[in-house]
Write a protein that binds this ligand. Structure first.
Ligand SMILES: *Cc1c(COP(=O)(O)O)cnc(C)c1O
Length: 495
């Protein structure tokens, strides 16, 4: 049955999957949502015999219904290949009786690779299907991880170019080096004098600059976005929850049909929403445990039914979760508002106006699947140290937020259902915080000394993504003020 994509904010005409991927956002400023959640049409036993790429096809074919089998399999084959440093793509590692689903074996060693390695292929295929001849120009503002993952995904992909703006003084040294050493003629990286919000606002302005868009069209270009609200990023994220279940079943860790709990370190709410969709497709998931850091908007929301962004923004050691507006939560709100776009639109208007909204009792009743928790900086560091000391396994700060919340969850509820923790980044990406959590004595080492020390401690080879930047030369050294951002884009495109 065909899945069409509706807006969360109005009853505008639904569109096919390929069009939703091309557009990213709906015209009324809402998000695309599937008009129904399809059910898995393979048994769990069958899935348990499949490789990652096969499961990806079984899941994605149900959502991207206007893609042919060939198109979809082609996208999958090009995404989940040797860019990943393990054939299984997303391995499970058991530590302290829970299963860490390692989503960091792609090109940039963070979970964004799971979706951003396939998005360029979904986009170019969608462009072809809709007879779009223009070259697609991806514009992205990044606070660190997304930028590099998008660059790696789009580099060298025919028919696309990518421009990434990052705050010159707002990313970690390793993150900056990863970006400015990016190869590929179709890539362009610019540091801006300003913070992440300035970069984000600048990009939004360029998107809505009609004159620039007209000039682009004339020269055969059009803008698109790779941010996490694109359904082309959401759908590939459902895959690894199904895969994790299938692996646990294949390895005899669970019985067919037995429930598992899922724990997700959450920022923009994309990753955990994918788990929620997987549950609604029939995957036996019990609780969805949503883990926050000190920016605990979501914890408060699940506790009180009030979403309130009016609070201080806290910088933590898990920067990819330092977020006060979780964009993908809108898709959940829409669903618990009985798919009523008007009700959702009112709440979203309150969020942009007063920075807060409150849901009804009936809506709260539909959130029983979720448990919200948060971890303090001390709790996160203590969790890294404890797991290292008890098992020799080193996890990154984001994953540690989840592990810390999960510990609280089991203490509070006594629920011992087998649990999968989404492990969203390699510890090598946040080496300083991770090593300091294990022992303060590491504080005086340089970044690359820490990398080698971590490799010794954890008995894990330094990932290629880190090895590469050790000696790589800088290829992008452009810096600009916020006002100059459109000119930088023009210069890159030779407009
Ligand atoms: C982006 C990111 C997250 C948050 O994921 P969301 O889908 O935005 O909730 C968590 N951990 C890491 C390492 C990330 O890069």
């Amino acid at each position: 049955m065909e899945v069409l994509y509706k807006s969360t904010r109005s009853s505008q005409e639904p569109v096919r999957a390929s069009m939703a991927i091309l557009k990213g956002l709906t015209e009324d400023g809402g998000l695309f949502v599937p008009d129904h959640i399809p059910a898995l049409d393979r048994s769990l036993k069958e899935l348990a015999t499949m490789r990652y790429q096969e499961i990806a096809y079984e899941v994605m074919k149900l959502y991207l219904t206007d893609f042919t089998e060939d198109e979809l399999k082609n996208c999958i084959a090009r995404a989940y290949d040797e860019k990943f440093d393990t054939e299984v793509i997303a391995p499970l590692t058991e530590a302290e009786g829970v299963y860490f689903l390692e989503l960091f074996h792609g090109a940039t060693i963070a979970f964004k690779d799971m979706a951003l390695s396939i998005l360029p292929h979904l986009l170019t295929t969608s462009a072809k299907k809709n007879h779009i001849k223009n070259e697609i120009v991806i514009l992205t503002a990044t606070s660190g991880d997304t930028g590099k993952a998008a660059l790696a995904g789009f580099a060298g992909v025919e028919g696309t170019r990518i421009v990434v703006f990052y705050p010159k003084n707002g990313v970690s040294p390793i993150q900056e080096k990863q970006m400015v050493t990016q190869k590929g003629d179709n890539t362009f990286v610019v540091g801006i004098c300003g913070n992440f919000d300035d970069a984000q606002t600048g990009v939004k302005k360029i998107f809505s600059d009609r004159q620039l868009c007209a000039e682009m069209e004339e020269k055969g270009f059009q803008f698109s976005s790779a941010n996490s609200i694109n359904i082309g990023r959401l759908v590939p994220q459902i895959v690894y929850y199904v895969y994790a279940y299938a692996r646990l079943l294949a390895e005899g860790k669970i019985e067919e049909g037995q429930k598992i709990n899922v724990v997700v370190p959450t920022g923009n709410f994309g990753n955990i929403l994918a788990a929620y969709y997987a549950k609604n497709m029939g995957l036996p998931i019990g609780r969805l445990i949503c883990a926050s850091n000190d920016n605990k908007v979501l914890y408060d929301f699940f506790r009180t039914g009030i979403y309130d962004r009016n609070r201080e923004f806290v910088l933590t050691s898990s920067p990819s979760m330092d977020i006060l507006i979780s964009s993908n939560l809108e898709r959940l709100i829409y669903r618990i508002a009985d798919d009523d776009p008007q009700r959702n639109a009112l709440l979203m208007a309150a969020l942009s106006g007063e920075g807060r909204y409150e849901i009804t009792e009936q809506m709260r009743d539909k959130l029983q699947d979720f448990y919200g928790g948060y971890s303090t900086e001390e709790g996160t560091a203590a969790t890294i140290r404890r797991i290292y000391e008890s098992c020799g396994y080193v996890i990154d700060t984001h994953t540690a937020v989840a592990a810390s919340v999960y510990e609280k969850y089991t203490e509070e509820t006594g629920d011992r259902t087998p649990a999968v923790i989404a492990s969203t980044a390699s510890p090598f990406k946040f080496t300083r915080s991770v090593m300091n959590a294990i022992d303060q004595k590491y504080d005086n080492m340089t970044d690359f000394e820490l990398v080698d020390e971590l490799s010794r401690l954890a008995n894990v080879a330094v990932p290629a993504a880190i090895e590469e930047i050790r000696s790589a030369s800088v290829v992008h050294d452009s810096i600009c003020d916020v006002e100059e951002m459109p000119d930088m884009v023009k210069r890159f495109l030779k407009l």
